[in-house]
Design a protein around this ligand. Structure first.
Ligand code: ADP
Length: 148
């Protein structure tokens, strides 16, 4: 398939911040050749989380996810590259850090602790072009996004 220039929305979650892994995770993105188009640190609120995680809001684990995502500020970023949505999701690994493929960000740095392995998984990345468009608007205004 022809390469397609895409943007994706990343959140470096509170476990990434607490483990002092912000730099290491961003280094992986830069080494992969992804361009950083926007970044800022923000404190998530219940309102934003209810939108961002609407697809899991009905699950019994949602209240824990909501608390976890507010433990510290998160680092929000927009990254751009050819086919970045799929390559970033591959680089992250699957939701459960115990099942994530070796070498992925979640396998390497996510929680292996029972009860936390599916929740504390270092980073969020948009799962489709449609979602990316909505998520980018959720976290960034046009004047915070740079092309250079
Ligand atoms: P992903 O972030 O891999 O796209 P989902 O969109 O399904 O995964 O879920 C959003 C987030 O909710 C996950 O990244 C994780 O932090 C949390 N989560 C998902 N499933 C579970 C679960 N079974 N138990 C606890 N937390 C979960």
């Amino acid at each position: 398939m022809a390469p397609l220039m895409e943007k994706t929305l990343i959140l470096l979650k509170p476990d990434c911040v607490q483990k002092n892994l912000i730099g290491k995770v961003i280094a992986r993105f830069e080494e992969a050749g992804f361009a950083i188009r926007a970044t800022k640190m923000i404190q998530l609120t219940d309102e934003v989380l209810a939108e961002h995680y609407a697809h899991i809001a009905e699950f019994p684990f949602y209240p824990s996810v909501e608390s976890f995502m507010k433990e510290t500020p998160v680092v929000a970023m927009i990254l751009e590259a050819d086919n970045i949505i799929d390559s970033l999701r591959d680089m992250l690994g699957v939701t459960d850090c115990l099942e994530a493929a070796p070498g992925t960000i979640r396998a390497e740095w996510g929680s292996k602790e029972e009860g936390k392995n599916k929740m504390c998984n270092i980073a969020h990345a948009s799962d489709s072009a449609e979602t990316a468009e909505v998520e980018i608007k959720r976290f960034f205004s046009d004047d915070e996004i740079f092309s250079y």
